[in-house]
Design a protein around this ligand. Sequence first.
Ligand SMILES: Cc1cc2nc3c(=O)[nH]c(=O)nc-3n(C[C@H](O)[C@H](O)[C@H](O)COP(=O)(O)O)c2cc1C
Length: 224
Amino acid sequence: MADNYLEKRFEEFRHPEKKPVRKGGPSLDSLLLRNRSTRGFSHGRKVSEDELLRIVEVNTRIASSKNQQALRFKTVCDEDGVALMNANIKMGALFRVRRAADPSVPEQDCPSLPLPGTEPQAFIVVYGTHPEDASLDIDLGIALQSMSLKAVEMGLNCLMIRAFNREAMLSFPGTEGLFPLAVLAVGKSAERIFLVPVEDAPLDYYRKEGVHYVPKLSLEKILL
Ligand SMILES: Cc1cc2nc3c(=O)[nH]c(=O)nc-3n(C[C@H](O)[C@H](O)[C@H](O)COP(=O)(O)O)c2cc1C
């Protein structure tokens, strides 16, 4: 077998004290757990252009339908760009709906997001080189998740945003003729977020005393 694999394993078995320490990064499970949609960011931790580029770079290594690679990326972390982005994105639609249905719901449990002073200060805008179709949307999902996981690996968090003003995203230079598909807000989380295992609806995320909870269906429930 290549690399003397069996011999090495046998040596490890005979001499466990000599077993090499494998220095690994965080496991995929831990990245996935930390990869929560974040709608409040610490302004004390600036995200640099270089960090955004490292996140975008994962797109040079991911799957793509027919290998079309029709996604393009604009990084935004300058003052004017950030102001434009924050004026043209929407967060926490479920809270908006709930507030409209029941105005007596406590503000802390159903806030208008982002909370003042926690607005995202760095973004990646994703464009398509052609109009949206099913293959491009699947590529988009792979890209957004891959970038989010990279951000988490770097100690940051993201929010995937599809509720945004598409026209506004075309005001950036170099975006002529492109099709805005999604926005990724990036930053250091200022939120406390927990997953809650559930067996059924309701699946709406909710807040209690400032903590954000996200219900997730169990393996048993999703397995056919
Ligand atoms: C394709 C997609 C689009 C989304 N768009 C928005 C959005 O516009 N605004 C927002 O606040 N959250 C948005 N989200 C975040 C979801 O609300 C979030 O994934 C969900 O509440 C589950 O939370 P979790 O990501 O922490 O598991 C989007 C998520 C996905 C996958």
